[in-house]
Design a protein around this ligand. Sequence first.
Ligand code: BG6
Length: 490
Amino acid sequence: MKTAKSFPTNFLWGGATADFQYEGGFNEGGRGLLSRDFETNGSQANPRHHTLKLPNGKVITPRSSFILADDVPADVEPVFLADQYYPSHQAVDFYHHYKEDIKLMAGMGFNIFRFSICWSRIFPTGEENEPNQAGLKFYDDVINEMKKYDMEPLITICHDELPMNLVLKYNGWASRKVIDAYVKYAKTLFEHFGDRCRYWLTFNEINAVRGFGPTGVRKADGQARYQAAHNMFVASAKTVKLGHKLIPGGSFGAMFAMSELYPATCKPEDMFHHLQERRENWYFIDVMGRGYYPSYAEELWQRHGFEKITIDPDDKEILKTGQLDYIAFSYYRSNITKKGDGWFNVGGSANPYLDKTPWGWPVDPLGLRYCMNEIYDRIQKPIFIVENGIGAIDQADENGYVEDDYRIEYFQQHLSAMADAINIDHVPCLGYTMWAPIDLVSLSTGEMKKRYGFVYVDMDDEGHGSLTRTPKKSYQWIKHVIETNGAALE
Ligand code: BG6
C-alpha cells in the first residue's frame, strides 16, 4: 500500500559504521597501525587525546577531537601507555563477529550496509607496492557474506584516519605524497572489489576533519586544515575519475557533516554571520560537487587568518573532471549562530525550541528535510543520507534487552521528515543508512555508553564485556518500517 510516507521502490535501506569504531582486530591479519590507534577514550568532560613521546622521552597528550584538536610538535613518536584504554584496538570486534552482525542487519531488511575499509589493513604503511592479501580477504569475506542476503556494500574508502607511517613520515594530508598513496589504495580497492561494489564514498565528513587523528597533520590551524582539505579534494577527484574508468555503472560520492544551521535572530548582522558560517560547509560541497572553488573562498580563508593555499596548476582541471556523482551527508542535529559565535557554534547559544540528547545534541527532524532541500537546490545531484541516529544511554535488562522508545521516536520523526522531502519536495534521495545498526564506540568521546544501535552490545567504556549482541525493541520497529517501505510510519 502506498501512503504519504512511502519511499521509492528500490530505496536503499541500511546502516553505517566506521572501521576504527567497529572493527577491532588491530593487530591481526597483518594490519598496520592507524593514526586513530593512539587515541584514548574520553567523555564529554574529558576530551580524547593522543599519546605521543618527544625525543627527550617526555610523554605528551594533545587533544584530538576535530573541534578541540591541538598542535603536535615535530619528531614525536606514538606510544601506547599501559594505564590507558585505546578503543580502536578491539572496538566491538566486528572482525570476529561479521557473520553474526550481517545476519542481524539482514534481519532488519537492510539492502545496503555502509562500512569503511581500514587503509592500513590493505597497505599497512601506506607505501607498500603490493596490498596485504589477508586484509583483502577479510573484506572479501564480509562482502561475500552480505551478498548471501542481497545486501549491497557502500564503501567509505577513508573514514577520518590514515596509516600512522604516512602521518609520521609526511605530516599526513599536508603532503601531496599522501594523494598518491591514497589513489594507489583506492585503485587497489576498485580493481579487487569493483565487481561486487557499485557505491563508493571517497571521504567521510571531509568538511569536519582537522588535526592529528583524522588528517595526520601536526598543525591544527586554519591554513593547515584548508591545505589538507585541498589535497584531499585532489585525491577524491582523481579517484572519482579512476572509478568511472574501472567500474562501469559505479557511483562515487563523498560524505559531508551537515548539521542544519539557523540564524539565532533576524538581526541583519546575525543573518550575515549565518551566511558566512554556512559557507564553512558549502565550501567543501561546492568544490567537490560543482568542481571548482567558490567565489567566496578567499574571504573565507582570510576569516581563518591566512591569504592562500598551494594549488598546483593542474588541480583545477582535476577538480572539474572528478566531480562527485552524488552528495552524501550525515545529519544528527541543528545549531544556531549569531555574530560573534565561532565555528560549529561550540559553546554558543541553545535553540529554545528543541530538546536535546543526553550529550547536548539538539533533536530537529524538520532540520533534516530542510537540509535535504538545501543541498539539492544548490548542487542538483542526487543525495544520500549515510548517517543519522541518536546517541543515548540504554538500560539493558539481565538478558541484554533494551526498551528504547526514545530511539523509536527519534527515527519515527526523522524518517517522516525524510519521506516529506522525497514525496512533497521531490528531492531525489538514493537511500538512508542509519548510524549505527549495532552499538559501537563513539567517535567524539570514545565512550561505549553513547549507544546508537538497534542491537545492544554487551561492552562497557573500558572494553569489558561478553560482546554479546541482543536486538533492542527498536530492532522490530525498524524491521516493520523497512518491510512496509515506510507505510508503517503513518
Ligand atoms: C559522525 C562520524 O561524525 O558522527 C561517525 O562520521 C560518528 O564516525 C558519528 O560516530 C556520531 O558521532 P559520535 O561522536 O556520537 O560517535
